[in-house]
Design a protein around this ligand. Sequence first.
Ligand SMILES: Cc1ncc(COP(=O)(O)O)c(C=O)c1O
Ligand SMILES: C[C@@H](O)[C@H](N)C(=O)O
Length: 359
Amino acid sequence: MVSRTVDLRSDTVTKPTEAMRAAMARAEVDDDVLKSDPTALRLESEMAKIMGKEAALFVPSGTMGNLISVLVHCEIRGSEVILGDNSHIHIYENGGIATIGGVHPRTVRNNGDGTMNLDLIEAAIRDPRGELVFPTTRLICLENSHANCGGRCLTVEYTDGVGKLAKKHGLKLHIDGARIFNASVALGVPVNRLVQAADSVSVCLSKGLGAPVGSVIVGSKAFITKARRMRKMLGGGMRQVGVLCAAALVAIQENIVKLEGDHENAKILADGINGIKGLHVESHLVETNIIFVDIKENSTITGEKLCKILEEHGILVLPESSSRIRIVLHHQISTADVQYTLSCFQQAMAGTFTDETGV
Ligand SMILES: Cc1ncc(COP(=O)(O)O)c(C=O)c1O
Ligand SMILES: C[C@@H](O)[C@H](N)C(=O)O
């Protein structure tokens, strides 16, 4: 019988707080498709201000936020987007930009820190002289923090550099900012400054910020006008959506300040797990709330098996591969949960080596 559950599968697993539920219950609502829902308009205005952009649009998910942004920037047929080969848009969004939007993806290798080399980005931009045979490059996408690179943060200097490159070639820049607030807090850079170079950003409210549902796209007024139409076309137009936006407003007010604690818990957990025989964590590279745990070769346990044993102790994590598991911290994981998780990892790993040299 599991006495305690510690859900580290993702920062998408948080449950709405009592304050969010109360705000949802009393939310002022109307028809958002008719641009009449006062709470949705308030959230959008608040987010535009926080992110330093002209306008904002509430969307049902981060996947739809990225899809809408790419489709608006690449509204002309034959467009191409440059993005990371390990980016969420390329790996985990069903290829929607191509399947639905007919936009051609041109990947550039992601470095371990989530960046793409500027010279490789520039080399990937199609030469207009080849327009008879080439797609036309119209957009560059970044991801900050970078989920598949372990929550690493793109610096403001790097982001500005990509923005400068985009402008030099007449391209737009979109940031998948599912965890942009994690990056802002970890870097100590105001979020509006961190995304200043971007033409659009998709910000998840439902991850580290802890809202039950939704993301917000921010950008120019003209961009958001087109995005609103694209959202409707994709079936994302919602009616009394103020119920969800009310929870998101509470999340912004209450949870941005908690992100630093998530990062501190991630550091404690990463350092602790790294000290367990048979496991390795590049703990010095843990910058935000995501940890990748590698199982050493001389261990007999697989990622899937370790996840199963941990689950028997009430610890929920996801396998990243046969020898790697992913841990994601969030505001509903306490320091006591971290200590309990560490002890469960130690129990789970006990006696799983092929020889005594497994150190
Ligand atoms: C980096 C990143 N971008 C986008 C998304 C998509 O967000 P959603 O799950 O709300 O579609 C996720 C995860 O969910 C993510 O980790
Ligand atoms: C798996 C991925 O799609 C999700 N964004 C997560 O980080 O949990």
